[in-house]
Write a protein that binds this ligand. Structure first.
Ligand SMILES: [Zn+2]
Ligand SMILES: [Zn+2]
Ligand SMILES: [Zn+2]
Length: 772
């Protein structure tokens, strides 16, 4: 007989690790105990036969719970003490909460899936089947400690059968808080859109209704989806009409991986992510020809796809002939996703024909997460279900709130050397969304046990609702308030994720308020613990009408061209190359004249260095798109268009001092319009922009003696630009970093804000450094 003391480090607490150890110890006839250590590790003592211990250790690695992660394992042989059994030793501070990990929602596991379709199983075809390794978590947690009484499952008292499983350490459902069965748990009901209940098997009937072409609102894990047959163009068009979404791509859910592969390319990394317990939506490259309707994702070379993640989805596909559903969050544009039954009938009556609803409350809304693989690596676009509330480590210990920016928002709570980014909040310029954010902040502070705050961090933009909300909370709680420049925060998010101390950062995105009051977004920035400095940027160009130029990118094109051409020439160019852009303005010809007048007189004109607007302007000039219906649309469609180009026309963007003169690039493009294919031009502009930023960053990194170049901002989701920058940076012997966990766009800016807040509190950077 042998005995070992084993110390395990990693993510091993509050993820079902001890019951798991208990079960495998029993399976291998070992005795001893397992207990949590104060340093977030776990100690295991086992006694038994050598080969059993070896088998136990193998299982420890290969069969661990989905959220558990083993970073380090130390094993030391000790004298056997003659334990008579294996047990779980309870620790003294257990149940305190606060420092334990609150798990995210986890896709249904293989074991539960098998039971779901096993006619002999008690939970056969039961959509709320769960175990310790899977099911809803974050979305049902009201408070800590994480036990049933503090979840929305408290309304369902366990039957004897469920309770016996819940209390049996050898059972897979030992302490699985949401455990339930058809006898004691929640259930689905199907209704017409005027609230009449339809009798019969609700899931089976809903599946048949989808097959027949109806739009069904389906309550799931983190909110309500609108589902319909994604293989029929007329139904997708009807859904667009009813949801007022003429262009925005719809996410789809496919029955299985094989189905996904019939219409999209899936790399091994993408496959792994698609199948992961997070089950995010992944923007996959469409096959050409694309066998599904074009209006699912008009004008894009990608399609957002996810696989079933709840038993409900598996059951629907089981009963359905349709292999692919549209599965889009049920909301009016800009508003939070609908999650409650009553609200569903009120808000979605005109959109959905039928409602498939269950009677378990969704406490915390969580939209589906969205990722895209860029340059072979995961880029998170929307970090929500499956990710939240897992934290990101930062090297600063303070209690703080970072409120993010405005669009695609999420906030973050800093505590104990970690930032906990919230679920996706949305467009905070809308009152309803801001209200949701207020509630979510209160909830995060409760579950993380953050009563006192040391600092509240907001964006520098004076009129963001989040800035105002942050000031309000700071006043109310008498907490110090700090604003930080938008792109400094983007760059800081990369430092946070990788634990870097200094970088030359490239921040490329749409809009962010600059320290000089101008609209930044094409920036090269030095950021270190002791200093921050704006090193180079796109030369300012006028945006006639200011913000409105985001929606009508013709205005950005006019602004950029006005730096080189006078008004008559400018008018001639637009009428000659993209006359339809004028018609697409809200007031057509009249508005065009007004915008020209604004440029001449310099009235109602903003000045920008935004990369997003430059790409938007090119999208107009090449007649790819004239209007923005959703965030990022022109630039995304331009990228899709550029993917069809192959020749690098070797365009150049001159750099003069600190400024990158994109207007010169447009002069060259105009010259090429009649000689080269528009797709080649689009491709070459991407390469030229990327090359210029990379070269400037490399030069500055050398000058400052910095080894790392960081890329962030919404344009960092662009494959061509990111890949080109990465290659040039690496070819010059420097290390390239972007983020793979924290969103690169404004959804991740809270992490950078929290990092900068830490630098400020520790006295490295001053208020002036971050705002001037
Ligand atoms: Zn399970
Ligand atoms: Zn039960
Ligand atoms: Zn941004």
């Amino acid at each position: 007989m042998r005995a070992y003391r084993i110390k395990v480090q990693g993510i091993v607490q509050a993820v079902g690790f001890r019951p798991f150890v208990y079960r495998i110890a029993h399976a291998h006839n070992l005795r001893g105990y397992v207990r949590n250590l104060g340093d977030a590790g776990v100690e295991i003592v086992v006694e038994g036969r050598e080969e059993d211990i070896e088998a136990f250790l193998r299982d420890l690695y290969t069969r661990k719970p989905p959220l558990a992660r083993i970073d380090r394992l130390e094993r030391k042989e000790i004298p056997p003490q003659g334990f008579d059994r294996f047990y779980i030793e309870k620790s003294s501070q257990e149940g305190e909460g606060g420092n334990s990990i609150i798990p995210p929602d986890i896709a249904i596991c293989e074991d539960c899936l098998r039971e779901l379709f096993d006619p002999a199983n008690k939970r056969y075809m039961y959509p709320f089947i769960v175990c310790t390794n899977c099911g809803p978590r974050f979305t049902i947690i009201e408070d800590l400690p994480y036990d049933r009484e503090n979840t929305t499952m408290k309304e369902f008292s366990m039957c004897d059968f469920c309770e016996s499983e819940y209390k049996d350490p050898l059972n897979r459902r030992y302490h699985a808080e949401p455990v339930c069965c058809p006898v004691c748990g929640p259930s689905y009901r199907l209704y017409t859109n005027d609230g009449q209940e339809i009798t019969g098997d609700p899931l089976k009937k809903a599946a048949k209704l989808i097959d027949k072409g109806y739009i069904v609102a389906i309550k799931g894990i983190g909110g309500i989806h609108l589902a319909c047959d994604a293989t029929r163009e007329d139904i997708v068009a009807e859904l667009r009409r009813r949801t007022f979404r003429p262009q925005k791509p719809f996410a789809i859910m496919a029955r299985d991986l094989e189905t996904v592969k019939s219409f999209a390319y899936v790399s091994p990394e993408e496959e792994e992510e698609l199948m992961s317990y997070r089950r995010p939506i992944i923007a996959l490259r469409k096959k050409d020809p694309f066998p599904l309707p074009d209006n699912l994702a008009p004008g894009l070379h990608t399609i957002g796809v996810m696989l079933p993640y709840a038993a409900t989805h598996y059951l629907l596909f089981h009963h359905s002939k349709t292999p692919v559903y549209v599965m889009t969050s049920a909301n009016y544009p800009g508003k939070p996703m609908v999650k409650d039954n009553e609200e569903a009938f009120k808000e979605l009556r005109e959109i959905a024909d039928y409602f498939l609803l269950h009677n378990r409350k969704i406490l915390n809304r969580a939209d589906d997460s969205v990722v895209r693989f860029v340059d072979g690596k995961r880029a998170v676009i929307r970090r929500s279900r499956g990710f939240v509330p897992l934290p990101i480590e930062i090297p600063f210990e303070y209690n703080g709130l970072a409120v993010g920016a405005e669009l695609m928002n999420a906030f973050g709570i800093a505590k104990g050397g970690k930032v906990y980014p919230s679920q996706y909040i949305g467009n905070t310029s809308k009152v309803e969304v801001l209200e949701f954010m207020r509630e979510a902040i209160a909830h995060f502070r409760r579950i993380l046990r953050v009563k006192e705050l040391d600092l509240i961090v907001a964006d520098l933009h004076p009129s963001y609702n989040t800035t105002k909300l942050a000031m309000e909370i700071a006043n109310e709680l008498n907490v110090e308030f700090l604003q930080v420049q938008h792109h400094y925060a983007h760059v800081a998010s990369v430092m946070a994720e990788h634990g870097l101390e200094e970088v030359v950062g490239i921040a490329l995105d749409g809009v962010g308020y600059g320290t000089d009051g101008k609209v930044w977004g094409g920036e090269v920035i030095y950021l270190g613990y002791e200093d921050v400095e704006r090193l180079a940027h796109i030369a300012y160009y006028p945006l006639p009408g200011g913000d409105i130029a985001s929606y009508y990118p013709l205005r950005a094109l006019m602004g950029i061209l006005s730096k080189v051409y006078d008004v008559e020439e400018l008018e001639g160019i637009i009428r000659g190359y993209c006359p339809r852009a004028i018609e697409s303005l809200k007031y057509g010809e009249t508005e065009f004249k007004v915008a020209l007048g604004q440029l001449v007189r310099g009235i109602n004109v903003a000045y920008a260095s935004s990369t997003g607007r430059v790409l938007d302007a090119l999208a107009v000039l090449l007649n790819v798109v004239y209007r923005r219906h959703y965030e990022g649309e022109p630039a995304m469609k331009l990228e899709s268009f550029a993917m069809k180009g192959k020749n690098d026309l070797k365009l150049e963007v001159p750099v003069e001092g600190k400024t990158i003169k994109v207007e010169e690039l447009f002069v060259d493009v105009l010259d090429l319009l009649e000689k080269a294919s528009p797709a080649d031009i689009a491709y070459s502009v991407h390469i030229a922009m990327a090359r210029t930023f990379a070269e400037v960053a490399v030069e500055k990194a050398r000058e400052f003696g910095v080894k790392a170049v960081a890329l962030s901002g919404g344009v960092a989701y662009n494959e061509l630009i990111t890949k080109t920058i990465r290659k040039i940076v690496e070819a010059n012997g420097l290390r390239f970093y972007s983020t793979y966990e924290v969103p690169r766009g404004d959804n991740g800016i809270n992490v950078g804000q929290a990092f900068l807040g830490g630098l400020y509190l520790e006295g490295y950077l001053s208020r002036d450094d971050l705002t001037m």
